[in-house]
Design a protein around this ligand. Sequence first.
Ligand code: FE2
Length: 184
Amino acid sequence: MAISVRHEDNSFERYIAEVRAVWGDGKDPQLPFKVRALMEKMLKSTAPEEPWMAEILRDGKPSRELYRDPQNGFIQMGHVHKQGHGNTPHDHGPCWVVYGAYSGVTEITLYERTDDGKEPGRAAVQKKELHRLSPGVAYAYLPGDIHSTHAVDGPAMVFRFLSYDLEQIERHRYNPEKGTVVRV
Ligand SMILES: [Fe+2]
C-alpha cells in the first residue's frame, strides 16, 4: 500500500514535494546528490511517532513501495531489515539510487570491477569502499556502481530511492568468490 502524499502535511510529503521541485528533466548530474541531501533532511526531521513513520516501523515489512511518481518515474522504497540481513553485490544498470538509514546501522560496500568485461558471465570485483549508514545518513550510488548491503545493527529501517523502476531495466548481480556475473 502506498502512502498518501497529497492530503497530509508531514515530513514525507514535504520530502517528495522537494524532490519533485528539483527534478527538472531528471538529467542533472547533481540530482542524486540533491536527493541525498533532501533525504538526510527528511530522515533527521521525522519523529518515530509521526503516523506515516510509526506505520512503517509497526508493520516491519522487508520491502514496501512508499511512493511512485506518475510524472517522472522515480520510486521511493521503504525497508525494515532484521540484523544480519544482506544483499549480494549488484548494480542498478543505467539507474542511480540513494540509500538512507532511519534506524539501525546498514553497511554498504562498494566494489570496483578489475577485469576487462570481455568474457561473458565472468566478472572480477574487489571491495573498494565501505559506507556506514547510521540514522540520518544517506549515500548516492551512480549508474554502474556495484554495491552490497548488510544490516549490522537492526532492525534497520532503510529508505531506497530509485531513479526509475528497476523492473524495467537490465542490471547485474555479481559473485565475487566465483568471479561471475548474471543479468537480473
Ligand atoms: Fe542496490
